[in-house]
Design a protein around this ligand. Structure first.
Ligand code: NCD
Length: 404
């Protein structure tokens, strides 16, 4: 339920909670705006002078937090910050709703990172100023996706028609959830190569299949033995070629010869050990090393990683021009400058910029089954969050978990 504060404030509040809060047209416009800022990073201090960003990071962060803060400084704005639960009133038991309402009275925009999936949506419902999601548990990380699309478009000249591998922990790696949806919205094909037990969550696949008409097909990749050194590499192929058929079932994956197929990018993720709880994942996937580029489909593959890297990519590849992960991190400043300028109304976008619209549905009195969901963590004031939509699908409004 939206509180009174929001009802009273009817002017569009430009929250950026999930990647679907921005249209494709606006994402492209943001990338163009970012390119303009990037060409003269130190000449933009007039854009947001007098504005204050409230930065609330309740999980570790290097790139997201510092690039947001750098972006705000580059635009001439100022930053106030709380980076630890233990130094804020959350440690005294204050609710997230009360915390963000207070921070909103000290700042013009809130950037929130929080360990609970759905926290950014809850914050957006209560804060009278715009809220930007800088990562909510294992759910979404939409501003990282803007960085990912920005670098991909720079490196490859387009997004439509690209073939991109998502690699590693696709279950808890929140960046891959926002990115898979965005890539499919732009017409790319996505091959999900997950560590066993860490596959892309069903609600992400369902969104791509149902809303975008994509096909999700279980496949066995052929012709990649030189790199994988194992006979069977299972993957989920998300392809824009007709959503009618059910696709191959998991128990009967179809062979996918990779011979003549160039892979444009591989997006590598680390194992999200902090979120594993009772999951015991299978054997790790091979480290991306020099042998990777020796497989024919990978000769021109750009390597991306949201960072931090653990042992997924060999340091030997860092100087290779196809390794784009540090350029990807650097792009975080201009793209976040563009987002902040749009959210705070200093720049307009063709479709009006980010705004959180969450479809309704019939509310039930069931609890979200995910004990880490913000609706459970902040359960003393959040109304039950399970809604049944027009298709009869029951899901949590906050973390989007689908119920059987
Ligand atoms: C990612 C995150 O926090 O989800 N990092 C980032 O924001 N660049 C990825 C990760 O922590 O593995």
């Amino acid at each position: 339920m939206a509180p009174d504060t929001q009802a009273a404030n009817r002017s569009p509040k430009r929250d950026f909670v999930g990647i679907d809060d921005l249209s494709n047209v606006d994402i492209v416009a943001l990338m163009e705006l970012a390119a303009g800022f990037e060409s003269d990073l130190s000449g933009q201090t007039h854009v947001l002078s007098g504005h204050i960003l409230g930065s609330l990071f309740l999980e570790p962060s290097t790139r997201t937090r510092l690039s947001f803060e750098s972006a705000m400084n580059r635009l001439g704005g100022r930053v106030i910050t709380t980076s630890e639960i233990r130094t804020s009133s959350l440690a005294k038991g204050e609710s997230l709703a009360d915390t963000v309402r207070t921070i909103a009275s000290y700042s013009d925009v809130i950037v929130l990172r929080h360990p609970s999936p759905g926290a950014a949506l809850l914050a957006a419902e209560y804060a009278p100023c715009p809220v930007i999601n800088a990562g909510d548990g294992g759910h979404e990380h939409p501003t990282q996706t803007l960085c990912d699309l920005y670098i991909l478009r720079k490196e490859k000249g387009r997004i439509q028609g690209l073939v991109v591998i998502l690699y590693g922990d696709l279950r808890y790696g929140r960046t891959t959830h926002s990115l898979a949806v965005a890539l499919c919205r732009f017409g790319a094909s996505v091959l999900c190569v997950a560590q066993k037990g860490l596959e892309l969550p069903p609600y992400v696949v369902a969104r791509i299949v149902r809303d975008l008409g994509y096909r999700a097909d279980h496949v066995v990749l052929e012709g990649l033995d030189a790199f994988f050194r194992r006979p069977r590499i299972e993957a989920l192929l998300l392809a824009p070629d007709g959503g009618e058929g059910p696709g191959a079932p998991p128990e009967d994956p179809r062979p996918l010869p990779m011979g003549g197929r160039g892979v444009d990018a591989i997006y590598v993720t680390r194992l999200q050990t902090e979120r594993l709880r009772d999951t015991a994942p299978g054997e790790p996937l091979p480290c991306i090393d020099a042998s990777f580029f020796r497989s024919e489909p990978f000769r021109e593959t750009v390597i991306l990683h949201p960072l931090p890297r653990l042992a997924e990519i060999s340091y030997d590849l860092d100087m290779d021009p196809r390794s784009a992960y540090f350029r990807q991190a650097a792009g975080g400043v201009p793209i976040r400058m563009a987002l902040l300028a749009a959210v705070l109304g200093a720049r307009s976008l063709p479709d009006g910029g980010p705004v959180t619209v969450r479809g309704g549905g019939t509310a039930t009195d069931r609890l979200c089954p995910d004990p880490t969901c913000v609706s459970r963590i902040e359960g003393h004031y959040v109304k039950p969050s399970i809604v049944v939509d027009a298709r009869g699908i029951a899901r949590c409004r906050y973390c989007e978990t689908n119920l059987a």
